[in-house]
Design a protein around this ligand. Structure first.
Ligand code: NAD
Length: 442
């Protein structure tokens, strides 16, 4: 059955969601804390606030985004009026990950609803408290035929992927992204894939070292490094490496104290599997700071590794945890040799006061998005698209880009009947000469 919603219906549904999220704010914090001890500050900033802000932005702009747009006509079609209509795809499947479990489930869901789709959302099984709460909120706010949450693990996800959808939006690992893309190909279903990668972070000799270290420590250790756009490894100019490393250690101490396990501002690794994966990365490495860990509560302290081999585990896989390798470089060739060894990353960071260098490097390398002299913040402006390139993802969202992502763009030309230029109709005879003369002027 055809499912259609008016703009007013969608707006009202999103307003109800906004009220419900505000009402459940404390429960959201509690769920995130139960799942992996996420600090309240981070829960508010990176989850609830972000979702509320996107909701408000969407509600404010939905009429404008949904309206058919008139575009300039093509003169050959004269006289015509040309339009671009946005149409919902239909039934959309959203599969989300655990690392920002509220935010990364809600954001695509809001956009899919705004664009007029029916939604089935499968949140992550690794954050059961948050997923349960998402299910409760969605159940309270939406008609089940409009938006439904289906909780469960890999099997549930695979069963959903075996069905036919009109659009699939997936956030998660590259490996599962490939499984999703294969399942989508079966029905030629369009997809958005928000994936991961190894994000380089360059600290040039002309960087403000103290400020750079503060901003890197924030971006790397927020969510205990379990952030898709966290700096994965640092490339530090050899002339300033020693000085910069000292600043880095000072900043970690300032943020989490001498005993980070007791800090209330550092969340835990999500589960034993990921904790073990990260601990293995420390094998045979030169740990110059941190390295403390405890299996009991899946804790790993902020850890710095010096000059790991490019063939070591920590430099082969996306780290996705509080481990930060530092590599030195002395020339742009060194940077090429390391950065280009990896697939196109989701994020890229360069710290320098040298504007020419930052401009050159952001244009030289291909990556999803990035920041100059900071980390993560390119994610926060909903006037910028967020997404990967190559193996770090397909498609992008946030703000208007999200609405576009969940809409099929329909081209419509309305031809007027008061004039019918005969040149295009057969018999063509020698009309080609005349046609060429006209086309020269178009
Ligand atoms: P994941 O790929 O293991 O799981 C994501 C979702 O896929 C979950 O809902 C899970 O149930 C489902 N899933 C897992 N295995 C599956 C399978 N075999 N078949 C079908 N479905 C399956 O990812 P994760 O561990 O939850 O998240 C971490 C990864 O996600 C990292 O690589 C990170 O970089 C990436 N990530 C990317 C973004 C982004 O916006 N680009 C954001 C967050 C996380």
């Amino acid at each position: 059955m055809l499912f259609k919603t008016s703009i007013d219906y969608r707006k009202n549904a999103l307003l109800k969601l906004l009220v419900s999220i505000e009402k459940h704010e404390k429960e959201i914090n509690q769920a995130l804390y139960s799942d992996f001890k996420k600090p309240e500050f981070e829960s508010y900033l990176t989850e609830t606030y972000f979702v509320l802000s996107e909701l408000k932005h969407t509600i404010k702009n939905i009429n404008k985004w949904a309206k058919p747009k008139m575009v300039l006509p093509f003169l050959l079609n004269f006289p015509s009026t040309d339009y671009l209509y946005k149409e919902p795809y239909g039934k959309v499947l959203i599969i989300s990950p655990w690392n920002y479990p509220f935010h990364l489930a809600m954001l695509p869901m809001i956009a899919a609803i705004a664009a007029g789709n029916q939604v089935v959302l499968k949140p992550s099984e690794l954050t059961p408290n948050t997923s349960k709460l998402i299910s409760k909120i969605v159940g309270e706010v939406f008609d089940k035929n409009h938006v439904e949450v289906i909780e469960g693990g890999i099997e549930v996800s695979q069963n959903l992927l075996a069905q036919q959808w009109d659009y699939i939006f997936f956030t998660g690992s590259v490996a599962v992204g490939k499984i999703v893309a294969k399942a989508a190909a079966e029905h030629l279903t369009p997809v958005t894939l928000e994936l991961g990668g190894k994000n380089p972070c360059i600290i040039d000799e002309k960087a403000n070292l103290k400020l750079a270290s503060k901003r890197i420590v924030w971006g790397k250790f927020i969510n205990a490094g379990q952030t898709c756009i966290a700096p994965d490894y640092l490339l530090v100019h050899e002339l300033i490496k020693e000085e910069f490393t000292k600043y880095l250690i000072d900043e970690i101490n300032a943020a989490f104290g001498e005993n980070p396990e007791a800090s209330k501002d550092l969340c835990r690794i999500i589960n034993e599997k990921n904790w073990t994966r990260l601990i293995k990365m420390l094998d045979n490495q030169k740990i110059i700071f941190g390295g403390k860990n405890s299996k009991d509560d899946f804790f790993i302290s902020p850890t710095i590794i010096d000059e790991p081999s490019l063939n070591s585990l920590v430099m082969q896989e996306e780290i996705f945890g509080p481990i930060l390798p530092i590599l030195k470089y002395s020339s742009e060739d060194d940077l090429d040799n390391i950065i280009l060894k990896f697939e196109k990353p989701l994020a890229f960071y360069i710290f320098t006061e040298d504007k020419r260098l930052s401009k050159k490097l952001i244009q030289k390398y291909s990556f999803g998005g990035g920041s100059i002299n900071d980390t993560l913040i390119h994610f926060s402006n909903n006037r910028l698209p967020f997404g990967g390139v190559g193996k770090s993802g397909i498609g992008a969202y946030h703000g208007k880009f999200s609405f576009e992502q969940f809409s099929h763009k329909k081209a419509i030309i309305k031809k007027a009947n008061w004039l019918d230029i005969p040149i295009r109709y057969a018999p063509y005879r020698d009309k080609i000469k005349f046609l060429k003369r006209i086309l020269k002027w178009l």
